[in-house]
Design a protein around this ligand. Structure first.
Ligand code: B12
Ligand code: SF4
Length: 471
């Protein structure tokens, strides 16, 4: 069968807008389908334009999206369906919004196990089984939505094929190789959809299996996609030691929690195996907010983590989430001051974004506090809900001001001439450019003005005021 897979481009200007990092769902699916003899290619418009003539000739098109890219995925699905090309949608957003997705695609793959769902769906389309027997699939039968039970979580990740990135058209442009060594996360932060999607049970590939992938791909630089790379420190130490022993140590980065610094032996191995940057889910510098997010982390943990990482010459990228019910304007300002004072190397000041499938979404939606459901705005750069202790407009402008303050010209000059770190200077330059372009963008200007019109008076508690912009 001729199958084409597409991951739409993220909308608008974003810190990660130009980062060539595909999600690994489609490359795993593509590897599986290719092994069964199917003609399969992946389009990722960030790497190369979509060849629509090619896609229109496919027997089946698979679209993968997150919440912010789902608007584009739906547009593609509408066009393809109008031409009679069968479409299946998958990914985190449609898993939790299957009824909505069925208005655009013929089928929806929910949860994990996308590779098996595709094989079973193809079998069903070829008459080998009923659609009702495709685990994890949603579809319409006589106009009525049918949601089959979900797949069991994959018990042995070593059984999955290595993601085949070479099937992405334009993959040669990728400098950093994405590698995922574990799925799921033992924590349960209430704004995060990882545990709803992949569960709280932390599952990992064997070190041998990861080493085999590294030997096959020989990456020059790695981004370990794990949600929490150091959730099991013993297994990570073994993996890193093997990377060193096998001559596979290359510059790498990964997402970890602040608690990674509690183990000096691990930090030493991280550095020796090539760790350059860690992405720290710091979330907040207000203890009240950290507790509200159920983060199981203290402000002191954060302070200590950054200082210790610097001792090991590892850059820290601090990811914050702003806009909790316990946050006010001052909290946002304090966060930026904290980041500057503690020399966090780079930051992301994510605006709290209620992602479908999370407890946060359920709570805010039930309270009628989500005023904008244009999904392309769900990129953590736009306020789409009513915060409790400030207006949406205040949160939005404080966020932009916070970025401007952190990524200031003065800070960049300091990186260049005082800290003298080429890498840090480059990241700062990038941060400065992005936030300025974000502000200049006409759609963003209009969005901010609309918030200002709706919530002109900051003294009125926002959770009780304002109507929906768009549904
Ligand atoms: C790597 C990563 C990134 C990278 C690259 C992301 C990219 N290209 O989109 C970077 C760092 C750039 C990034 C940025 C962001 N990310 Co991110 N990211 C991830 C991460 C850690 C791994 C993605 C991955 O490869 N997963 C592994 C593969 C196997 O999973 P998968 O692609 O979902 O595929 C499985 C199923 O979904 C299904 N499937 C998927 N597609 C399809 C299609 C078909 C046809 C079928 C049948 C099945 C199927 O099959 C697969 C399993 O078998 C995930 C967390 C996670 N564990 O997934 C978050 C995640 C995707 N990110 C998320 C978010 C919110 C963001 C940001 C908006 C905010 C932020 N955290 O900075 C930005 C957005 C950037 C932008 N420009 O839009 C959310 C998305 C949730 C949602 N509902 O949309 C996630 C799930 C994490 C979370 N906190 O909940 N991210
Ligand atoms: S934010 Fe990070 S630590 Fe919290 S549940 Fe999500 S992946 Fe786990």
């Amino acid at each position: 069968m001729k199958i084409r897979l597409i991951e739409p481009e993220p909308p608008g200007m974003h810190v990660y807008a130009k980062v060539l990092l595909p999600r690994l769902g489609l490359p795993i699916i593509a590897a599986t389908l290719k092994a069964r003899g199917h003609d399969v290619l992946i389009y990722n418009p960030q790497m190369a334009p979509i060849d629509w003539d090619d896609v229109h000739g496919a027997d089946l098109v698979g679209l993968s999206s997150t919440t912010s890219t789902t608007t584009a995925a739906y547009e593609f699905a509408d066009t393809l369906r109008a031409r009679g090309v069968p479409v299946v949608l998958g990914g985190a957003h449609v898993t939790f919004m299957a009824e909505e997705a069925l208005e655009h695609g013929d089928y929806v793959a929910r949860g994990e196990g996308g590779e098996q769902i595709m094989l079973d769906l193809i079998d069903a389309l070829e008459g080998g089984r009923e659609l009702e027997d495709v685990t994890g699939l949603s579809f319409r039968r006589d106009g009525v939505a049918v949601h089959n039970p979900l797949h069991e979580p994959c018990a042995d990740l070593d059984t999955l094929p290595f993601p085949d990135l070479s099937l992405i058209v334009g993959h040669e442009k990728m400098g950093t190789q994405p590698i995922m060594t574990s799925w799921g996360c033992p924590f349960a932060c209430n704004f995060c959809s990882v545990t709803a999607m992949f569960g709280r049970k932390y599952r990992f590939r064997s070190a041998e299996n990861v080493i085999a992938e590294l030997k096959e791909k020989r990456p020059r630089r790695i981004f370990f996609y794990d949600d929490n790379f150091a959730a099991n420190k013993r297994r990570l130490k073994r993996l890193l030691q093997m990377m060193i022993d096998e001559g596979l140590a290359v510059p790498w980065s990964a997402q970890v929690r602040a608690d990674v610094v509690r183990d000096r032996e691990l930090l030493d191995l991280m550095r020796r195996s090539g760790c350059e940057v860690v992405y720290l889910g710091l979330e907040s510098v207000s203890q009240e907010t950290l507790d509200h997010y159920e983060k199981a982390q203290t402000v002191d943990d954060i302070r200590q983590a950054i200082a210790i990482l610097h001792e090991y010459d590892i850059l820290s990228h601090g990811m914050f989430v702003l806009g909790a019910d316990t946050d006010n304007v001052q909290t946002v300002r304090d966060t930026v001051t904290f980041a500057i004072d503690n020399h966090i190397d780079t930051v992301m000041l994510n605006i709290l974004t209620p992602l479908p499938g999370t407890p946060q979404f359920a709570e805010l939606d039930a309270a009628g506090r989500i005023f904008d459901k244009r999904w392309y705005l769900y990129d953590a750069h736009h306020v789409v809900f009513k915060p409790k202790l400030m207006t949406p407009y205040e949160l939005q402008i404080e966020n932009v001001r916070g970025y401007m303050r952190f990524y200031s010209l003065r800070a960049w000059l300091r990186c260049m001439f005082v800290v003298r770190s080429a890498q840090k200077s480059l990241f700062h330059w990038w941060g400065m450019a992005i936030i300025r372009r974000w502000r200049r963008d006409e759609r963003n200007k209009a969005f901010v003005q609309a918030l200002k019109r709706m919530w002109p008076d900051p003294t009125v508690p926002s959770a009780t005021k304002g109507a929906a912009i768009h549904r």
